[in-house]
Design a protein around this ligand. Structure first.
Ligand code: SF4
Ligand code: SF4
Length: 179
């Protein structure tokens, strides 16, 4: 098994047996490089080489296929939000290396704030950074800004944030302040 598949199972959970992609093909377009350009094998009825599609297409699943607390309406083609792990090999700080990325899919129209909130709630519950991106900007959603600033600066944390800041620092092991 690929190492990154192991991380995905650890952080997002195993692929749920009762979830299927159905008509969704979001990852065949959004995650391609360059992003937003559909895979050449993507046809009007889905993958035209389904039986012989590459291993990555057989083994990779977005967070909706793994996180049970995401409702049916959170399926990427319905919600316009594609949630997946993101690996940055040149991170600028500890929140960028391995994180969960909630992408607003271009052309999906206005994002329903209710389902967006449900999706964010379902992934902002552990010591894994969560970013929201819409193609032009990228914002850190979890931890909240005041906690993130303290984790990054190493400054002492106020009492009400002490535990949370200490937990992030311990998890990422890059700061030594007692905070
Ligand atoms: S984005 Fe998720 S639900 Fe949609 S096709 Fe890809 S893995 Fe399936
Ligand atoms: S090969 Fe098929 S499953 Fe893989 S990205 Fe292309 S269209 Fe999607």
């Amino acid at each position: 098994m690929e190492p990154e598949t192991d991380i995905e199972t650890t952080l997002l959970g195993p692929v749920l047996p009762n979830r299927a992609c159905g008509d969704c093909t979001m990852c065949c377009t959004v995650l391609k490089k360059p992003g937003g350009v559909p895979c050449v094998h993507l046809g009007s009825h889905g993958c035209s080489i389904h039986a012989v599609r590459p291993t990555i297409c057989r083994t990779w699943f977005c967070a909706w296929r793994r996180v049970a607390s995401m409702p049916e309406e959170a399926r990427p083609d319905r919600s316009g939000l594609l949630v997946s792990l993101n690996f940055n090999r040149e991170p600028q700080n500890c929140f960028e290396g391995v994180s969960i990325n909630v992408r607003a899919v271009a052309g999906s129209g206005a994002i329903d704030k209710t389902i967006a909130a449900v999706i964010l709630d379902s992934v902002c519950d552990q010591l894994v950074p969560v970013w929201f991106s819409d193609g032009s900007r990228k914002m850190l959603m979890h931890p909240e800004q005041d906690v993130a600033s303290l984790v990054l600066s190493g400054a002492p944390a106020p009492a009400h944030l002490h535990e949370e800041v200490a937990a992030w620092r311990e998890r990422y092991g890059v700061f030594t302040s007692n905070g």
